[in-house]
Design a protein around this ligand. Structure first.
Ligand code: PEP
Ligand code: MG
Length: 598
């Protein structure tokens, strides 16, 4: 971070999962509060209802304390004791009854009484007292639950989260989606969050840092600063430091606005190379956002996202409509749809996938299609139909298909043959181009034989990095080392580009495409297209326009000879800082080591 001094002890450092800067209060993520009626007409009935709820919760806590005692869990028993003491506190009950007398429902009265106490504790200078906030929140929820208007109703919006920087050990994608519109930033202690969470945070433009460690969970602050671009949380900036950070945020926002003005223009690097900047999306709606963001096309439509969170696979018609809508959104620009990539971390409830001791090395992606031919062929049919309708003047459809987890050319041949057979069956002659993802080391090493038959390559740097380094992309503890800029990974990327030269174009659709250091190097190495989440497109385009790709290409042998990813990052950052006319700043809203999370 730049600006006035910071104190190192006020900083927590983690991994940037979604760039940007947030300034606001730190709030701990908790399960949403039950939804209760706000007002009630009969205070006497509400007082009775509150008394009954307090009794129910007291009985539950008593029995929890007994069983903790019986199991020798002394610490746990003491926590239940403390909760019982709060519950029986006459001052809290009186405050709740006061709200009820003024027209609140029992649940709302209890909520308001505890909320006032929570605010009081938060203002306190004592870390010990502030830590009791969690206990009160727990009691707030417990008593509101039996008073909820309808046990099955949606949870209440928690005003506490508005404008907050949310902290949590970890979070599921659906928990994130429920709060994403209200928070300013997200900090996770674990970083063991799935890569889907990072994808979602970027898609929604929520600054996010993962892997901040357990110390995060005891932080409280009314004005913290999350510089997610650099993976740093600063919890206690003084007034001078805060002013510097606010100014820094404004400077970055001004840069982002100026990048946005040029978002739809083509990218030509300083040395005259044209580079396509496309979007990674998960649906037709996101494809529309991509078009608005200035994408030169869709470089990766993760079609499996259409299959997640459903009771059954989408029908051919549902899929056809979705693919057609994505094509329409891009209005003739290329749209690359990746065929179903399930398995490993992406499971479907309605398919029982073969169990595997290590799912990342098991049946996933293309390896599953022969096991589920109907699923696979329905998708091919839907795509052929959508591609055939695409609104283009010439014979070529803008639809392109891409195969995940390919390890040799035989797999590509098999799919091409199935595609031709399905097209013949449907009477379609306008066939989409067929490319392969390079994300398995053998595919990179056999790039020549694949490039002879593939229409294009797209390097999946997330998986390629995990397989080259033998580091599971989902394991938080490895995240700092699971770096696409490791010379071993870069050498396979170079092998891929050499194999493809003169045969087929090469794109990159893994997280590396949105990492400014990696993006610059990939272009210098010869990549034709970078594909990243729509929110990052304008800044990446602006950054690449600053790049002298030929000058950086001359440094590639030196970079590949370095010891590890950290060394490559350091040398590359110094070179780019010195060589780009406006320096790194132009990409500051996208800068950061995004690792394997996109
Ligand atoms: C990749 O592996 O880089 C990729 C883009 O695919 P996914 O992240 O969906 O596995
Ligand atoms: Mg992949």
């Amino acid at each position: 971070m730049s600006g006035a001094r910071h104190r190192e002890e006020d900083l927590l450092r983690g991994i940037s999962a979604s760039a940007g800067m947030a300034i606001g209060p730190l709030r701990r993520y908790e399960l949403p509060l039950p939804r209760v009626a706000e007002t009630a007409a009969d205070p006497a009935a509400e007082r009775q209802a509150l008394a009954a709820a307090l009794e129910t919760v007291a009985a539950t806590l008593e029995s929890a304390r007994h069983s903790a005692d019986a199991q020798g869990q002394q610490e746990e028993a003491e926590i239940f004791d403390a909760h019982l003491a709060w519950l029986e506190d006459p001052a809290l009950r009186e405050a709740a009854e006061h709200h009820i007398a003024a027209g609140s429902s029992a649940g709302q009265g209890w909520y308001a009484a505890l909320q006032a106490e929570i605010e009081r504790l938060r203002q306190s200078e004592s870390a010990l007292l502030a830590a009791r906030v969690d206990d009160l929140r727990d009691l707030q929820r417990r008593v509101m639950a039996p008073l909820a208007a309808d046990a099955g109703a949606a949870e209440a919006a928690d005003d506490d989260l508005d404008g907050a920087i949310l902290i949590a050990r970890e979070m599921t994608p659906s928990q994130f989606v429920a709060v994403a519109g209200r928070i300013q930033g997200l900090c996770l202690a674990a970083g063991g969050a799935t890569s889907h969470l990072a994808i979602l945070a970027r898609a929604r433009g929520v600054p996010c840092v993962m892997g901040l460690g357990e110390a995060l969970l005891s932080l409280t602050a009314e004005r913290a600063v999350l510089d997610a671009t650099h993976g740093v949380l600063e919890s206690a900036p003084d007034a001078e430091r805060l002013a510097a950070l606010v100014a820094e945020r404004e400077r970055r926002q001004a840069q982002a606005r100026s990048a946005a003005e040029q978002a739809c223009a083509a990218v030509i690097t300083r040395d005259g190379r044209q580079v396509q900047v496309a979007a990674n999306v998960g649906s037709a709606a996101e494809a529309q956002a991509a078009a608005r963001a200035g994408a030169d096309g869709v470089g990766l439509l993760r079609s499996e996202f259409l299959f997640l969170g459903r009771a059954a696979a989408p029908t051919r018609e549902v899929q056809r409509r979705e693919y057609a809508a994505a094509l329409a959104a891009l209005d003739g620009k290329p749209v690359i749809v990746r065929l179903l990539d399930i398995g490993a971390d992406k499971q479907l409830d309605y398919l029982s996938l073969p169990a595997a001791p290590n799912p990342a090395l098991g049946e996933r992606g293309i390896r599953l299609w022969q096991t589920f031919p109907e699923l696979f062929e329905t998708q091919l049919d839907a795509l052929l139909l959508a591609g055939n309708e695409a609104p283009v003047a010439d014979a070529a459809t803008p639809l392109q298909l891409m195969l995940p987890m390919v390890s040799d050319v035989g797999e590509l041949r098999w799919v091409r043959q199935r595609l031709a057979a399905r097209a013949a069956e449907l009477g379609i002659t306008r066939l989409p181009a067929l490319g392969v993802m390079i994300e398995v080391p053998s595919a990179a090493l056999c790039a020549v034989s694949l490039a002879r038959e593939a229409d294009f390559f797209s390097i999946g740097t997330n998986d390629l990095t995990q397989y080259v380094l033998a580091m599971d992309r989902e394991v938080a503890g490895l995240a700092a080392h699971c770096d696409v800029l490791h010379p071993g990974v870069l050498r396979l990327i170079q092998a891929t580009l050499e194999g493809a030269r003169g045969r087929c174009p090469v794109g990159v659709c893994g997280a590396a495409a949105g990492d400014p250091l990696a993006a610059a190097l990939l272009v210098a190495m010869g990549v034709d297209e970078l594909s990243l989440e729509p929110a990052g497109i304008a800044a990446l385009k602006a950054w690449l326009r600053e790049l002298d790709a030929a000058a950086l290409a001359a440094r590639v042998p030196e970079l590949l000879a370095l010891d590890d990813g950290a060394a490559v990052r350091a040398v590359l950052a110094a070179w780019l800082d010195a060589s780009a006319p406006r320096g790194f700043g132009v990409m500051s809203e996208r800068r950061g080591h995004t690792h394997n999370k996109q």
